[in-house]
Write a protein that binds this ligand. Sequence first.
Ligand SMILES: Cc1cc2nc3c(=O)[nH]c(=O)nc-3n(C[C@H](O)[C@H](O)[C@H](O)COP(=O)(O)OP(=O)(O)OC[C@H]3O[C@@H](n4cnc5c(N)ncnc54)[C@H](O)[C@@H]3O)c2cc1C
Length: 396
Amino acid sequence: MPGPSPAQSFDVVIAGGAIVGSSVAYFLKHELGFTGSVAVIEPDPTYARSATTLSAASIRQQFSTPENIRLSLYGVDFIRSLKARFGAEAEIGFHEGGYLLLASPEGLPILEANHRVQAAEQADIALLDPAGLTARFPWLSTDGLAAGAFGVTGEGWFDAHSLLDLIRKGARAAGATYLQGRVAGIGRDGNRITSVTLGDGSTLSCGTFVNAAGPAAGDVAALAGIALPVEPRKRFVFVIHCREKLPGMPLLVDTTGVYVRPEGEYHICGVSPEEGPDPRPADDDFEVDYALFEDLIWPALATRIPAFEAAKLIRAWAGHYDYNTLDQNAVIGPHPEIGNFFFANGFSGHGLQQAPAAGRAIAEWIVAGRSVSLDLAVFGFERIAAGRPVRELNVI
Ligand SMILES: Cc1cc2nc3c(=O)[nH]c(=O)nc-3n(C[C@H](O)[C@H](O)[C@H](O)COP(=O)(O)OP(=O)(O)OC[C@H]3O[C@@H](n4cnc5c(N)ncnc54)[C@H](O)[C@@H]3O)c2cc1C
């Protein structure tokens, strides 16, 4: 990937070239036929520490907010259309295994309420009582469970690298320019972004700026004097081996918040942190907290799926979530005053699956002045400025 040559000028400059930045570039140049110039600025072409490549790479429709469901329904449609979009060779290993969200008697009203919202959005989710759970998942202990919500279709997991590769190649083939560098300064003239300065001191003039810097999005917005509450948060993924076969296993989310799903011959698992301290890590802190597995995850797994009593930890990694500290939901769209500054940030654990929809929406905004395919008003920056959170109950 080349560095920029001096005094370049682009109609659109995108900060961050992982799944979100590449989706914006792809939709702009390929699907919407934007004829202007597009630069994608990415410091690390290997994406070794991007949330995209360190994620659990799963997609679900089981949200509580209709808009989140719509973003992910768009995501699954996009995944299903990869061959039509990128050619017969396009393959990301999508395994439509479903999510299974379990509820205790106390959690049942929320599960049922969420299910009503999902059904209204035509998401294919079945509510199962304990007998139904046992019939479908005989390896599951239903102790303490009132019900489970299972994604019959439209939910599952895939290879994040392959999806990124396809979209990035599609963007480049359609004429987007990828430049290796880090956005280190943003030039502003009143309510317009005019230029971007990179870490090597070179400057690009720009007509429109898109923030797609993932966990660093708050830092990038600050370069333009904008307060965006998006910061990194450390999350861990543990790879385990279980000798017993667990047929038809979905991505299961236990009442404890512990999740687990198959990954080839292994399983991967993790947990959303409980209420309590969840500090911002240092940018280079990717150290794994193994005690979390021993003390919390493994006991919860072995209780819910007795076969996991004998599971062996194979390896683990840490990744940084692009965490919106206001409401753990995406910020998508233009800044209300600085109209040529766009956000595609703060997805907080569901950005991989929502990137195609977000990328399309931002591209439509740039080309047509509004999001045409989806009504994304609820995700606008206005709510951030007003301190008015969007309530999403299913943050995993
Ligand atoms: C452990 C874990 C599990 C997850 N599981 C899921 C899941 O199952 N399903 C799901 O949908 N989502 C999941 N996510 C969330 C998902 O990975 C993210 O929401 C999504 O990848 C965000 O994409 P992005 O392109 O915005 O960010 P990233 O992939 O982080 O990319 C941002 C890019 O910006 C670059 N960058 C940073 N600073 C600058 C700068 N100053 N200038 C230019 N570029 C810059 C970075 O190098 C990086 O490549 C998970 C995340 C983690 C960490």
